[in-house]
Design a protein around this ligand. Structure first.
Ligand code: ADE
Ligand code: ZN
Length: 342
């Protein structure tokens, strides 16, 4: 069966992906290989069992599973393997540029030295460009579970090693019971060193923490940010200041952050004029890819070619990629849209 006209358009559309985590991007095959190398690691070594292992009861359960998989990634060579697989998958979905969230303190806890991590990122980035034609940037995210001290260590890594392609500082992990504001000193130091502020906020909690990300952490984009939907003044602020949200609909459904696709606030965010980009978050764990996220917007929210092209443009504009790459992406989006417009 040939793909629907919108599916063909999405497949051809050149895209950027601004929110995905290195460990969460690992394919089932890659995780199985790692799990078989570390059979005591608490991650299934059988494919069907691994699929079931990725059935998340709620967001805290997802984070527990994520940390188990993270602990299997123990060498710089493992990191390069992950980046090779990720870039191959991105190329398959016409993704030309991606910003990858790397959690150096968690990688270090799994046994990778900081210098080895920096060298692996450099090797993986070169390989992504040369073998797959995909440009990668890095967002070094602190895990909120490790507190402000973990965020300071994350900034230390980013500032001391600053692998080529370094874009910004992030903040992931749990939100409930954690205040974004506590991370302000680390973010101030990162921003003073020239890094962009790109924290998660409003993934599982409401608008207050998105406000905190913006006012206390100086967020220039927000990971998820869907909790903003309850606050019209916040939506106005995001729209007015061009603060884009990295929205990951399939992730929200799989972690239970949103119960039903019909309740997902993405259409309301777009209607409020907030810049919305689409991303996969942890595609290997959520069984998704960027084309699937675009198609979900078509199927669940009724978005057509023009609306999907607008989201791709928002992503290109919100990306911290080289200007030339952005310009060529925008020109190509126009061409692909014109070829598929009816
Ligand atoms: N780490 C990996 N995926 C994450 C997510 N969706 N939210 C917060 N931290 C994460
Ligand atoms: Zn995330």
């Amino acid at each position: 069966m040939s793909p629907s006209p919108v599916a063909a358009f999405v497949a051809a559309l050149p895209k950027v992906e601004l929110h995905l985590h290195l460990v969460g991007s690992a394919s089932l095959d890659t995780v199985l290989a790692l799990a078989r190398r570390h059979p005591g690691g608490g991650v299934p070594t059988d494919r069907d069992e691994l699929r079931r292992f990725y059935g998340f009861t709620d967001f805290p359960h997802f984070l527990t599973v994520y940390h188990r998989v993270n602990r299997l990634v123990t060498t710089g060579a493992d990191v390069v393997t992950l980046l090779d697989g990720l870039a191959a998958e991105l190329a398959l979905r016409s993704v030309r540029y991606a910003e990858v969230q790397v959690t150096p303190v968690r990688n270090h806890m799994a046994g990778i030295g900081y210098a080895d991590l920096a060298a692996a990122l450099a090797d993986g980035r070169a390989l992504a460009r040369e073998r797959h034609g995909v440009e990668l940037g890095w967002v070094f995210d602190a895990d909120a579970a490790l507190g402000p001290a973990g965020a300071e260590e994350t900034v230390d890594f980013a500032v001391r090693h600053r692998p080529e392609g370094t874009v910004g500082i992030g903040l992931g992990g749990p939100e409930a019971g954690v205040r974004r504001a506590d991370f302000a000193p680390a973010f101030r130091r990162a921003v003073a060193a020239g890094l962009h502020s790109l924290p998660h906020a409003g993934e599982t909690v409401g608008p207050d923490e998105v406000w905190a990300a913006v006012t206390e952490l100086g967020a220039e984009r927000v990971g998820h940010g869907i909790g903003a939907a309850g606050d019209p003044r916040l939506l106005e602020h995001l729209a007015e200041h061009g603060i884009a949200l990295e929205v990951c609909p399939v992730s929200n459904l799989r972690t239970g952050a949103v119960r039903d696709v019909a309740e997902h606030p993405l259409p309301a965010l777009v209607a409020a004029g907030v810049p919305v980009t689409l991303a996969t978050d942890d595609p290997g764990m959520f069984h998704t890819d960027l084309d699937a996220e675009y198609l979900l917007c078509h199927e669940a929210f009724g978005m057509g070619v023009a609306e999907l092209a607008a989201i791709a443009r928002t992503g290109a504009r919100a990306a911290y990629c080289p200007t030339q790459l952005r310009d060529s992406l925008l020109a190509e989006i126009d061409r692909v849209e014109a070829a598929h417009a009816r």
